[in-house]
Design a protein around this ligand. Structure first.
Ligand SMILES: Cc1cc2nc3c(=O)[nH]c(=O)nc-3n(C[C@H](O)[C@H](O)[C@H](O)COP(=O)(O)O)c2cc1C
Length: 303
């Protein structure tokens, strides 16, 4: 049987396979190293990194719901300095690509992170302008056309690595936001981030999350994510897309590839099964073998 080619090129970076981890669900990989061989991943997308440490929101900030979970973590992280000193060397031990998810309260903060990473040994930046859990920055950029254009343009002007812009699904017209990001210089798009949701405890009659609202992720958001990938692929055929939202099997991943993604990121599924990425990668191989595909670009939607 001929070898399967799972490699994929996104914005000039060659990934050995299309299975990445989704930001915020995999740390910098330490928690998972006992469960999976990090060398087998196409890429690790780190959790959001800001220029200085962020404390995040007060608990409760996680809630299970049917078909997924809500989180209002608020991008807690130890800041860029610690990230550069500890996380990059840790990840560089492995034969996987490093995508750094960057966050900020202001455009200047995003730019500062990209500038500080100029000389860092990382492969791609992912601009998180879509976090629903912070009061300044985050989703405010992802839902405002001018702010989106400006922050992408500014970060792109200072970044050395290719830039993927992580779009918010909390908009009416995802293709329009995608076009704005592409026009401003995005090399790729990551979609989708979480969808704003809420859970109420009917016994206490209080919101479950301290932050009241949180981001919905997991199986329940997959059809929305697949639809958005397809819409953006149709609107902008040339831009590579990293698809995510509720992927927990090889067939889920293939659905995103068929919708037009070049690669996929796995988030919430890691919490249920820390070996989810390995299972998904094997599932893609099994699918290719079953249908006689030898490379990923043969997997095309029959429209
Ligand atoms: C606990 C948690 C933390 C997250 N943190 C980040 C983050 O730091 N930056 C980011 O861009 N997305 C973050 N996300 C969003 C995920 O990367 C992903 O876009 C989303 O969860 C959809 O994928 P999934 O359904 O496979 O989880 C987070 C999601 C979860 C559940």
């Amino acid at each position: 049987m001929s070898e399967l080619d799972l490699s994929v090129n996104i914005a000039g970076v060659t990934f050995k396979n299309p299975v990445f981890t989704a930001s915020g669900t995999f740390g910098a990989g330490r928690e998972y190293a006992d469960f999976i061989d990090i060398n087998t991943l196409g890429a690790v997308t780190t959790k959001g990194v800001s220029i200085v440490p962020w404390e995040g929101n007060k608990p409760p900030r996680i809630a299970e719901v049917h078909g997924g979970m809500l989180n209002s973590i608020g991008l807690q992280n130890a800041g860029l300095e610690k990230f550069i000193q500890e996380d990059i060397p840790f990840l560089r031990q492995f034969g996987t690509k490093i995508i750094v998810n960057i966050c900020g309260h202001t455009a200047e903060e995003y730019v500062s992170v990209a500038r500080e990473l100029y000389d860092a040994d990382v492969d791609m930046l992912e601009l998180n302008i879509s976090c629903p859990n912070i009061t300044e920055g985050g989703i405010a950029f992802g839902t405002d056309e001018k702010a989106l254009y400006d922050v992408v343009y500014d970060v792109k002007s200072f970044a050395r690595q290719p830039l993927s812009v992580k779009l918010s699904p909390n908009v009416t017209n995802i293709s329009k936001m995608a076009k704005i990001a592409a026009d401003a210089g995005a090399d790729a798009l990551s979609l989708i981030n979480t969808i704003v949701g809420m859970k109420i405890d009917v016994h206490t009659r209080k919101p479950v999350l301290n932050n009241v609202y949180g981001g919905l992720s997991g199986a329940g958001i997959k059809p929305v994510a697949v639809r958005m990938v397809h819409q953006v692929r149709t609107a902008i055929p040339y831009i590579p897309i990293i698809g995510m939202g509720g992927i927990s099997s090889g067939e889920d991943a293939v659905e995103f590839l068929l919708a037009g993604a070049s690669a996929v990121s796995v988030g919430t599924a890691n919490f249920e099964n820390p070996r989810a990425t390995s299972f998904i990668l094997q599932g893609i191989r099994d699918y290719m073998t079953k249908y006689g595909f030898s490379s990923l670009n043969e997997i095309k939607l029959d429209e």
